[in-house]
Design a protein. Structure first.
Length: 323
């Protein structure tokens, strides 16, 4: 997984942050066998050159919130503007341009039903350059969310991963967000590594109360700390979404098999014209072909696959996306 620019230690730092995005540099350094200053230096370089961001995410699957993938076909000259407008919305989490610039793919997680109605029944249909909208509701997540992609490549040993993780709470609270959590999450959604004094100032609560509530939110699964970065910097510049139709009886087994493939960063069962959506990362077109004709092609129960390579990612978890 090394590239011409970043080495194995960089990958280990990324893997450590995928394991616990709020882990102190001192703990990461102890696990990796380097100095605190080395980890801090690598972190700053990854932020500056690889677009690394560490942010808090609300887990819609755990919270029982509807999540959708929108496939928006539009006039070629309008796709970038539509993608940029969608990227500014707080209820979108991933946006890419595809199909030669005539299609916008948008993952949306509306926090309220009104947000969903406003987008699908209001703004998008009234946009003159939008030709067609296909909305795929995500039904079951096989891979993604708090499961990071780099961990599939064994950058860290099992012992190192265990040393980075905080001990789970014996009796985690139910996954639920309260109105008073909003100031806390507003800061963490900008910087998932914000210090406890920063969180204390933003919330007006004591540092111990902030620590306790954040630990509860993470233990329940309602909130997790995620990372985004430019995958080309680790040698995987090509991304594509696969629209897969599997036989109904094989849907779950195919989804679980896809989740185990090294190339997949996100796998979800969905309602719509297909029943599985998969994000795949590859080194190049030959690598994508090798995956389609090899690991994917050998799966029993797959009836149809449509492959849509991304031209450009407009939004990952945050906006604007690092370039």
């Amino acid at each position: 997984m090394e590239s011409d620019t970043f080495d194995r230690l960089d990958l280990q730092v990324l893997a450590a942050l995928e394991t616990d995005g709020r882990a102190p540099f001192s703990r990461i350094a102890a696990v990796l066998g380097v100095s605190d200053q080395t980890v801090a230096r690598r972190y700053r370089r990854l932020c500056a050159e690889a677009g690394l961001r560490v942010v808090a995410m609300r887990d819609g699957h755990v919270l029982g919130q509807d999540q959708w993938m929108l496939r928006i076909r539009c006039a070629p000259d309008s796709a970038p503007a539509i993608a940029e407008a969608l990227a500014k919305r707080r209820d979108t989490s991933w946006i890419g341009l595809a199909s030669g610039g005539t299609e916008v793919l948008c993952a949306t997680r509306p926090r309220h039903p009104a947000d969903h109605d406003d987008l699908l029944l209001g703004k998008l249909p009234r946009t003159p350059s939008v030709v067609e909208i296909r909305a795929h509701q995500l039904l079951h997540r096989f891979y993604g969310g708090s499961s990071g992609w780099i961990r599939k490549f064994g950058a860290l040993t099992g012992e190192q991963i265990a040393a980075l993780r905080t001990a789970p709470e014996a009796h985690p609270a139910p996954p639920r967000l309260e109105p008073e959590d909003e100031p806390l999450l507003a800061v963490l959604e900008r910087d998932g590594r914000a210090s406890y004094p920063e969180l204390q100032r933003a919330t007006g609560r004591s540092e111990s109360a902030v620590k306790r509530r954040l630990a509860q939110l993470r233990a329940s699964g309602a909130v997790y700390i995620d990372t985004e970065y430019q995958t080309q910097t680790v040698g995987y510049p090509l991304a594509a979404i696969l629209w897969i139709t599997a036989a109904p009886a094989a849907l779950h087994s195919v989804g679980e098999a896809l989740a185990a493939h090294e190339e997949t960063a996100w796998v979800s069962a969905t309602a719509g014209p297909c029943n599985l959506l998969v994000t795949v990362l590859a080194r190049d077109a030959a690598g994508l072909y090798a995956y389609l004709s090899g690991p994917l092609g050998r799966l029993e129960g797959v009836r149809h696959v449509e492959t849509t390579p991304f031209l450009r990612r407009v939004k990952q978890l945050t906006y604007p996306a690092p370039r």
